[in-house]
Write a protein that binds this ligand. Sequence first.
Ligand code: ATP
Ligand code: ATP
Ligand code: MG
Ligand code: MG
Ligand code: MG
Length: 258
Amino acid sequence: MANSKYEYVKSFEVEDEIMLPNLIVVLIGGHDFRRFSEVHEFEKPNDEKALKLMNSCATLVLQEFPDIVFSFGFSDEYSFVFKQTTKFYQRRASKVVSIIVSFFTSAYTTKWKDFFPEKELKYPPSFHSRAIVCASLEVLQEYLAWRQQHCHITNQYSTCLCKLVKSGKTEKEALDILKGTQKQERNELLYRQFGINYTTLPQIFRQGSCVLKNEVEDIVKYSENGTPVKRMRRDVTTVHSKNIAGRKFWNEHPSLLK
Ligand code: ATP
Ligand code: ATP
Ligand code: MG
Ligand code: MG
Ligand code: MG
């Protein structure tokens, strides 16, 4: 269409370049996964296979897109962090967001049978997405702290809710019991009524999952005088960690900052 009389139509496109030095985060989330998880009979409050499916899709995203260096996810959501200097699709928000969310969605459907060989995928799932613009590393860390806190609070709440319902309460009664409770009270409820020490539940439930790139040194060959020839490789790994916004975590993963 270049140089045709229709060329001017291009100017109708929304300009949405995310300017340097802002950091780009893409947040994707399952659309209406309350229904999706019911139709596909996910275990409540946490279906571990479903979480591992999400993690494997995130791994594929990091392997496919070199500029994504870090991601954090729980439940039906994942946040993908681009390296600060990325020029991916000229940093245009709608391009970046649509590529990541559509790649993730198709990965979810193609990987489904690896995690649920006995369950048919009953309808095509969809994910929504948006771009988050972080003006500095500190803002990014606040953002991650917010998502991880959300993971913790919703998981603790839904663990209590499930236990109360399984013990014979109706959903309404269980909701009334939990109404207005604080974190500490919910921990005590789990311990006193059900003998559950919340801190011993699996990390993947309580802390969410990080899929990230680590720099690994490979010895490719040995030269004639026996000295090793090394090459750096970026390896994609999954970790569970408390306080992913803290200095300790970022010191342990310095390659994220490059
Ligand atoms: P929206 O389209 O606004 O995101 P939603 O129905 O997806 O709506 P969320 O707040 O995102 O609502 O909640 C996700 C829902 O999916 C929760 O109800 C949660 O119980 C369910 N869910 C997601 N992942 C799992 C999982 N691994 N195990 C059990 N349930 C899950
Ligand atoms: P971008 O990511 O920027 O969209 P692109 O590689 O998808 O890059 P397009 O301009 O969208 O570039 O071009 C689509 C490409 O896919 C063309 O090269 C075209 O040859 C090929 N293609 C798409 N559909 C068909 C089809 N039905 N048959 C043959 N080739 C196709
Ligand atoms: Mg959702
Ligand atoms: Mg959600
Ligand atoms: Mg194309």
